[in-house]
Design a protein around this ligand. Sequence first.
Ligand SMILES: [Zn+2]
Length: 114
Amino acid sequence: MDHKGLLREGVFGWVWAADCDYRPRDFEIEVHNRLDEEHYTKTLLHELWHVYQHVKGALRDKHGKRLWKGIDHSETDYEDQPWEQQAHHMEDVLYEEYLNLPKPRVFPNRLIKQ
Ligand SMILES: [Zn+2]
């Protein structure tokens, strides 16, 4: 499994299962380290939403196929992939919630200038 967190400007984030493909519980996320706070946060939220999709079982990788709610989407183009559409929507929703957190919004990222 290998997701690319494509935003308009390019690939900013990745998530993959570190343990197994079918019912993964151990994930690794990479986020580009030269993003501003908004892009960094949205990218991380986007990748975390993919973790949620996997843990909930909506998104599965089985025998080299990618299944969304049991339907094979291995051949579906990136922009049409339902898990990507959902994750792109949720990164905005969750980012709005993040902005509404009381300040200071502590976000543990040493790469972001405070
Ligand atoms: Zn994605």
